[in-house]
Design a protein around this ligand. Structure first.
Ligand SMILES: *[C@@H]1O[C@H](CO)[C@@H](O)[C@H](O)[C@H]1NC(C)=O
Ligand SMILES: *[C@@H]1O[C@H](CO)[C@@H](O)[C@H](O)[C@H]1NC(C)=O
Length: 211
C-alpha cells in the first residue's frame, strides 16, 4: 500500500512537472508552421507582452470595401502567444448592407457574439439545411467547425460583434474566391456549377480570377 502511494505520488509529481513545462509555447514566427503549430520561442526570453495583444480592437474597423464589412482577426500570426492553446478571436464590423460571404474555417468552430446592431447570420449543414436568423446585441451563435456560414447586416445601423475561434489557426475558405478568384478554367467552373460562361467571366473579373 505504501509503495502504491509512493508510486502515485511520484507519478503526480512527474505529471505536474511535465504540465508546468508545457504551460505555453509562444510561436516563433520566423520558423515555418507545422501541423502541430509553430516552434516555441525561448521561454527564458518571454515577458508579459508575449501574452498581451494591444490594438485598436476597441473601435470599429474601416468598412470601406466592396463587402462593407471587415473582420479584424487576432490569430496566431498576429498574436504568437496563442500558439498551441486552441483559441483565437476576431472583431467584426458591418456597415448597413454589409456582408461576410459564404465561407468556412476548416480548423475551428466559431462563436459570434453580436455587440452592436443586428446581424443576420447562419450556417449550412452538410445535409444542406440552413440554420440562420437575425441576431441582436447579446445574442451568440455557434458555427460548427468546417461548415459554410455567412452574415449580412440588413439592419438600419452599423453592426459589430466578437468572434471566438476554437483554434489559433482557424483557416479561411471562401466559396466565391474558390470558384472565381483563381485560375480554375471557366469550362471547369461551368461543368461543375452549370453557370453560364459569360456570368463566370464577370465573376472572375470581380473576384480576381483568370482563365
Ligand atoms: C477607409 O478606407 C478607405 C479605402 O481604403 C480609405 O479611402 C479611407 O480614407 C479610410 N477611412 C478612414 C477613416 O481611415
Ligand atoms: C431579418 O431582419 C431584416 C431587417 O429587419 C428583415 O428584412 C428580414 O425579414 C429578417 N429575416 C428574418 C428571417 O427574420
Amino acid at each position: 500500500m505504501a509503495l502504491q502511494t509512493l508510486f502515485l505520488f511520484t507519478l503526480l509529481l512527474f505529471a505536474s512537472k511535465a504540465a508546468a513545462q508545457l504551460d505555453f509555447c509562444v510561436a516563433d514566427l520566423s520558423s515555418p508552421a507545422t501541423p502541430a503549430g509553430f516552434p516555441c520561442k525561448n521561454p527564458a526570453k518571454l515577458t508579459v507582452d508575449d501574452f498581451v495583444f494591444s490594438s485598436a480592437l476597441a473601435v470599429p474597423a474601416n468598412t470601406s470595401n466592396p463587402n462593407k464589412a471587415t473582420a479584424s482577426a487576432v490569430i496566431v500570426t498576429q498574436f504568437p502567444g496563442l500558439n498551441g492553446l486552441g483559441t483565437s478571436l476576431a472583431r467584426v464590423d458591418m456597415d448597413v448592407g454589409g456582408s461576410f460571404p459564404m465561407h468556412s474555417h476548416p480548423g475551428a468552430s466559431e462563436l459570434l457574439l453580436v455587440t452592436e446592431g443586428t446581424i443576420y447570420a447562419g450556417f449550412i449543414s452538410s445535409a444542406n439545411a440552413v440554420y440562420a436568423k437575425n441576431l441582436t446585441k447579446g445574442d451568440v451563435i455557434i458555427m460548427p467547425r468546417g461548415l459554410l456560414h455567412f452574415a449580412v447586416n440588413y439592419g438600419k445601423e452599423p453592426a459589430a460583434g466578437i468572434v471566438s475561434f476554437s483554434s489559433p489557426t482557424p483557416g479561411l475558405q471562401t466559396t466565391n474566391r474558390a470558384l472565381f478568384g483563381n485560375n480554375l478554367p471557366t469550362e471547369v467552373v461551368q461543368a461543375t456549377t452549370f453557370i453560364d460562361q459569360d456570368q463566370i467571366k464577370k465573376l472572375k473579373a470581380a473576384f480576381g480570377g483568370t482563365n
